[in-house]
Design a protein around this ligand. Structure first.
Ligand SMILES: [Zn+2]
Length: 107
């Protein structure tokens, strides 16, 4: 598996499917990889889930600080990055969260 340091994603391709970078590195277990992008309260819930699973994460705001100042933190969109070795766990959690988000019925 290769890794694009610009986009922070693992890829099987020899060039990055997002930015086209051809100088890819073999992915390392600790390389931060894009896991999910969530808004407002969902990003807090997701951070909480990751913490409970003891998955270290990097959070990056999708919008710049200016937007946060205008719209407030509630509407901020966050990108989550986790180490490659925990990526599938993190993606599973994100999918579970999205599934809950999409349905009104709760068990
Ligand atoms: Zn890239």
């Amino acid at each position: 598996m290769n890794y694009c340091k610009h986009c922070m994603i693992p890829t099987k391709e020899t060039a990055c499917p997002l930015c086209g970078e051809e100088h890819l590195w073999p992915v390392l277990p600790e390389d931060p990889c894009f896991a999910a992008e969530l808004e407002g309260p969902w990003s807090d819930m997701y951070a909480d889930l990751l913490e409970r699973r003891q998955i270290p994460c990097l959070r990056k705001q999708v919008w710049g600080m200016d937007w946060t100042a205008i719209l407030g933190n509630r509407l901020a969109k966050m990108s989550f990055y986790v180490p490659y070795e925990r990526l599938s766990d993190a993606q599973e959690l994100a999918q579970a969260l999205f599934a809950r988000n999409g349905t009104e019925t709760e068990e």
